[in-house]
Each structure stands twice: as C-alpha cells, then as structure tokens.
Write a protein that binds this ligand. Structure first.
Ligand code: G3H
Length: 250
C-alpha cells in the first residue's frame, strides 16, 4: 500500500491576522498533486479562523494539546476543544515542547493516547540533539521516544499517527540533514516499528522529515524511499516557498 506523501507546515509562534490571511489565501488559490496531503499548524488563537477559511482538503493541526478533557489547567487546550473547532490533527512532542517546556517522553506518550482517543490524528515528533548524534546515540534516543508512545497504544491506533523525525540540530539552523542521513534514520524507525509493533504498521506509517526543509532541499529529500513527507517550520511561513515544497512531490 502506497503511503500518501504529507507536507505539514508548523507555523510555531508566528503570525498575525494579516499573515494568516495571506497564507490561507495562497493555499486556497495554489495547487499541488492529489498524491500530496497538506496539513498546516497555526498558533492556537488562529485555529478557528484558519479552519473556517482554508479549503476542506487542507488539514489543520494544533501544535499542542493537554491530556485531561477539561478543568483547572490554565493556559491549556483540550482534545475536546480541538474537536469542537473541527481541528483534525495535533502535533505532539515537538522538540521545542520537550526542551523549553520540559515535556517528558512519558507525557508525550500520554498526550498521543489522549488525542487518539478523542479522534484526532497525531503528528508525533522525535529526534536527537547534536551532542546525542555526536555520541552515536541517535537511534537510542529516537527509539526511546517512540517506545514511550508505542507503550500507550495498540497496533490499530497507528492508523492515525504520523511520525516526524526532526533532528534537533537541523531545526531552524539551516543545517538540513542530507537525504542519506534522513533516510538512514527513517529506515531504522520503520524497522523498529516492524519489530516492536507490527510489520503492517511499519509498512503503512508515514515518517516525515523535519529540520530546515526548504524548496531547495525538498526535491532531493523526497526521493528517499522512507521519507514520506516533511514537517516544515520557517519555510511554511513563506507562501510561495511552501507551495514549491508541496510541489516537489508529484
Ligand atoms: O516543526 C518543524 C520543525 O521544527 C522544523 O523547523 P524549521 O523548518 O524551521 O527548521
């Protein structure tokens, strides 16, 4: 079964009414192959307006969610609220959530489970830091992060999960992983899924690459066998470039 290529745009904490309108307009007027799925993740205050403004075919993701359905959790957003706003996706475990807000592997696993239970689809992030790569700990770190998610799930839950491999040293640095570096880790992740979850899950799960993806790097990265899409940060805020990235896959 072919895995549909997915290009996600993580806007992080960027945007304004003006920029949001510009990006939504570009996605409504732009075109890309029907073999490519597009998902954008605006900051929480813009989720509702983006969902109602952007065409149906474009998925909309939150950048974070909390595990409890409601209550005294100041500043948090629940899975129920996202469903209420007709948001279909949520990014969980981004390295910025892990490093700046101290999210543990265990919490990330619980968030993924809560989101899936609520009927959301999840982009679950993993990736090693530069020092971990230098110490040859890339797979050890990535497997530990994925195991913490897998521990909370059954094999059927994986139908609604996409993994984003985002080496921390490549995020926002302009230092994109080479296609070979990314492919190597993606293949390791797929093999891990085959061994620890199920071979069908390994075959069907999309593994995105994220970290300084640009219109320049995407054409070569997308050629790799186990790269099933991208999670784009900075370049997703530039309408023309994001459309070019969407079009790097036919
Ligand atoms: O979620 C997206 C990643 O953090 C990549 O961000 P970047 O493309 O700005 O490096």
């Amino acid at each position: 079964m072919a895995r549909k290529f997915l290009v996600g745009g993580n806007w992080k904490m960027n945007g304004s009414n003006q920029l949001v309108s510009q990006l939504v307009k570009a996605l409504n007027e732009g075109s890309w192959s029907s073999n490519v799925e597009c998902v954008i993740a605006p900051p929480a205050p813009y989720l509702a307006s983006v969902r109602s403004g952007v065409r149906e075919a474009v998925g909309v993701a939150a950048q974070n969610v909390w595990v409890d359905p409601k209550g005294a959790f100041t500043g948090e957003t629940s899975t129920e609220m996202l469903k209420d706003l007709k948001i279909d996706w949520v990014i969980i475990g981004h390295s910025e959530r892990r490093s700046i807000y101290g999210e543990s592997d265990e919490l990330v696993g619980k968030k993924v489970a809560a989101a899936l239970k609520a009927g959301l689809k999840v982009i679950a992030c993993c990736g090693e830091s530069e020092s971990e790569r230098d110490a040859n700990k890339t797979t050890e770190v990535v497997f530990r992060q994925i195991k913490a998610i897998a521990d909370q799930l059954s094999a059927k839950d994986w139908a609604n999960i996409v993994i984003a491999y985002e080496p921390v040293w490549a995020i926002g640095t302009g230092k994109v992983a080479t296609p070979q570096q990314a492919q190597e880790v993606h293949k390791e992740i797929r093999d891990w899924l085959a061994k620890n979850v199920a071979s069908e899950v390994a075959e069907a799960t999309r593994i995105l690459y994220g970290g300084s993806v640009s219109a320049k790097s995407s054409p070569d990265l997308q050629k790799e066998k186990d790269i099933d899409g991208f999670l784009v940060g900075g370049a997703s805020l530039k309408d023309k470039e994001f459309l070019e990235i969407l079009n790097s896959r036919q």
